[in-house]
Design a protein around this ligand. Sequence first.
Ligand SMILES: NC(=O)c1ccc[n+]([C@@H]2O[C@H](COP(=O)([O-])OP(=O)(O)OC[C@H]3O[C@@H](n4cnc5c(N)ncnc54)[C@H](OP(=O)(O)O)[C@@H]3O)[C@@H](O)[C@H]2O)c1
Length: 230
Amino acid sequence: MRVALVSGASRGIGEAIARALHGKGYRVGLLARDEGRLQALAAELGEGALAFPGDVRSLADWQRAVAGLLQAYGRLDLLVNNAGIGLQKPISELSEEELRQVLDVNLVGPFLGLKAALPALLASKGTVVNIGSLAGKNAFKGGAAYNASKFGLLGLMGAAMLELREEGVRVVNILPGSVDTGFAGNAVGASWKLSPLDVAQAVLFAAEMPERALVSEMELRPTHTAPKGG
Ligand SMILES: NC(=O)c1ccc[n+]([C@@H]2O[C@H](COP(=O)([O-])OP(=O)(O)OC[C@H]3O[C@@H](n4cnc5c(N)ncnc54)[C@H](OP(=O)(O)O)[C@@H]3O)[C@@H](O)[C@H]2O)c1
């Protein structure tokens, strides 16, 4: 039996990852703030899915989810740090509060998830998959807060990867380009973008590698670029 905890599982990429893992036989813990959506997804998936309403900025919420999974299933094999928010604003308009908010969710959140899950992952020789972004390598105008958070995530988790591999815990960074979700108020339905299912497939690929193989970083781009004017 393998057990996973997925943050940001209430919609978008996280929901697709949770569904894919459950479909492969993982027991899944779902973490996000929207309790209604989490409970509905857990009920739909049925046996082997548990909802843990919570905020990734709270260590206590992470600890509650990890403890709940250990109590229910006795182990944790996979942490997926997926929850994230977007914000596009030029520096001249970006407030300190907005910068801190994006860093708190996208950078401190995954750190807290790793802290909460680490004892269980060391015990299971488990895997951490972080959903970064190509915006973690390429800055763009208006991207100061988001770029900082995703560049930071790569640094944080790059160090964690080097530290934890010796102890049998694999840390994986997946860097998608544009994915067709409602992220940051985007309209859904752009066929040129990646599907959330593509990111879920990448997570499964990395997680299911033989124990000796560590996919430390994966860039996942849409094959086509955005059509002109859209
Ligand atoms: N869509 C893209 O083009 C794209 C590209 C590259 C990378 N990414 C990354 O992929 C990840 C998922 O994005 P998405 O496209 O699936 O966006 P989404 O549809 O907006 O989903 C974001 C998820 O994060 C959760 N979340 C946000 N703040 C949270 C908080 N404080 N605590 C707990 N959960 C929180 C949301 O749940 P609640 O609101 O219920 O809490 C939701 O489940 C993000 O890290 C994003 O940066 C997205």
